[in-house]
Design a protein around this ligand. Sequence first.
Ligand code: HAM
Length: 404
Amino acid sequence: MITALRGMKDIIDDAPKFERILRVASGVAKKYGFEFVKTPLLEETALFKRSVGESSDIVGKEMYQFIDKGGNDVCLRPEGTAGVVRAFVEKKLDKAGLAQKFFYHGAMFRYERPQKGRLRQFHQFGCESFGESSVYEDAQMILLVSEIFGELGIGFGLQINSLGCKECMPAYRQKLVAFLANQSEICDDCKRRCATNPIRVLDCKNENCQKIYENAPLMADHLCASCQNDFEKLKILLKDIGFTHNKKLVRGLDYYNKTAFEFVSSEIGAQSAIAGGGRYDTLIEQIGGKPTPAVGFAIGIERIYDLVEIEEPKRNGFVVGALEESCLHTAFELAQKLRANQKVSFINEPKSLKNLLKNADRQNAEFCAVIGENEQKSGTIWVKNLADTKEFVVAQDELIRGNK
Ligand code: HAM
């Protein structure tokens, strides 16, 4: 038997949840002025090296990267932001001088070690806002995520931090590098991070490293006046949803500056981040566009399955069938007409009444409508309402009209 690849899952049992999450998230994003965008799953590898960053685990270890038949170095997207930024710049929207907002959803690929909540192909719903430098925009993005989770009935914790800007970040970075230079006990990954993106050491999962970093200088204590002001304002804007200031929150992608945030759940095990995002004011420039401030987030759809409740679907629609071969054509045409505004499942072969009713029950239909020779002759149809078990015979025309 051929099975799905490790870390890749079919969406079958969870399909109703998947659809509901996308419906709710898209609805909320539209309310905040975001428009749908879809970008390719495959991009040039250079795009992710330049954006997510070579120091990140995502680019350093987890990319589905290969040379295509044309000799191009390509990879399956590990995240959605870089592709949306590429599309934005390629379409010259950076030169339009307007704030622009996009939402997207789709599969992302990371060659990680699969475990609960961690897949190699997973799905994100994300939003990216271009052209707004105000911290009010950061607050609105966070409120947007919290509204999506609110509508889905998901409880969460919110962690925020500021990663500083090009004024204050370099001086802090030097301080951190000086601190790290004296730490010979840190793990090999952190030694590598010291040379590439030192602040990522703060995110290390190694317990020994975390002990050492208890005394490390933190960005939050080295913000310039402008970053500090914005962060204070953000805290005021978010006071109603509740948050913690996690001074060690650095995010796993290199493009962030200023506001960084993560939504977490305590109910889903070790992989507790259900959404993450932040500001990335220099990325558009790095991808070759006009300098444009930006902020965004992505929700991990599979991570919230267990937190989403869905109602038992109510009985709905019709199952239409015939008792004899000679009535099948009439039933077929009637089913087609009923479909003008009903969900209709047509049974392609003649069946006994018992079988048709069983089938309708299994499909959770509200009505089972059956044509036998008597009904065929009189232009009627026998109908059973499976919700209240009432049975009646009605003219075929009337049934169709009744549904118009
Ligand atoms: P991220 O934190 O790497 O950010 O991913 C966002 C969310 O995707 C995570 O919080 C998690 O819920 C989910 N996720 C990540 N990896 C996996 C995995 N292997 N299996 C299942 N779920 C996963 C980004 O991707 C940024 N592009 C977010 C962003 C948008 N920042 C600005 N704009």
